[in-house]
Design a protein around this ligand. Sequence first.
Ligand code: ADP
Ligand code: F6P
Length: 324
Amino acid sequence: MAKEINTIGVLTSGGDAPGMNAAIRAVVREAILKGKKVKGIRRGYAGLLQEEIEDMGPRSVSDIIQRGGTILQTARCKEFTTPEGQQRGAEICRKHGIDGIVVIGGDGSFKGAQKLASLGINTIGLPGTIDLDIACTEYTIGFDTALNTAMEAIDKVRDTSTSHERCSVIEVMGRGAGYIALWTGIANGAEDILLPEKYDYSEQRLIKHIIDNRKKGKQHHIIINAEGIGHSMSLAQRIEAATGIETRATILGHMQRGGSPTCKDRVYASMMGAYAVDLLCQGATNRVVGYRHGDFVDFDIDEALAMTKTISEYMYEVGQNLSR
Ligand code: ADP
Ligand code: F6P
């Protein structure tokens, strides 16, 4: 028989992402609607181990749907990667009456969630990361906002790049994944999009492309460089030396993680938060919520973590074809 859940804990873990607050709000309100108690755990697994746990009610999540960051704050916690830390985490959950927990974070956070589930705490993961690097889902909380933030910033760099007839190397986040780079590359009409999954480090080809474009009358040359490739400053210096075209590097950095979530991030995060509570109420555990082919779905965490995801060849090709 499925275990009945009385108290649901919620935490955010790993890098923050816009829309996490909408997910927290949905977890709290859906759980209360279903007659459950809710406890907010501050600072991810670190806060769990420090017992930074507080009761939450509908008013605890007032006025947050439009706010970036996470009201519960977040952290990376080494201790929780050890069996002793995980055991202690599960015991603390039991001590506070938490029999179900919603973990909002990325793959690393899901590994922690998997451990809590194996120790008897019913656990559901929600994909929260700007990087879109979670294989089981086509959507992650925060990706859409980060993209729009980066896109607007890149438009601004493009204005000044054109005025000065410069080349611009613009580095976007994504850890080892190139999704933000690919999407902004297309959205901003970049002349080159360098992705960790695709780049062959052939600078000769890149330099020839810049020179050829200048001959064709292009007044700027925007290169979107993914964080996973990095070294944008030195790349810009080498380009300037080889082409004679003034080149500047801009690293967008953590601005991409902040700001008010877009409509899509608010709505999808709300749906996922409610979905997680519904799963817990059905007695589910060790599941992660995803979005695929137009629907919210859930997977076993072990299976989700074993999945792989690749950059769409077609999308990459279109990105290259349109920047002529
Ligand atoms: P993300 O969740 O965004 O991928 P991290 O990889 O930094 O971010 O992971 C967030 C936290 O999840 C880590 O600080 C750690 O507390 C926990 N975590 C990561 N890997 C594991 C693991 N193998 N086992 C248990 N907990 C883990
Ligand atoms: O995972 C989100 C992310 O912003 C990555 O794109 C980036 O590599 C990393 O987190 C940066 O982490 P930190 O906040 O520790 O600098």
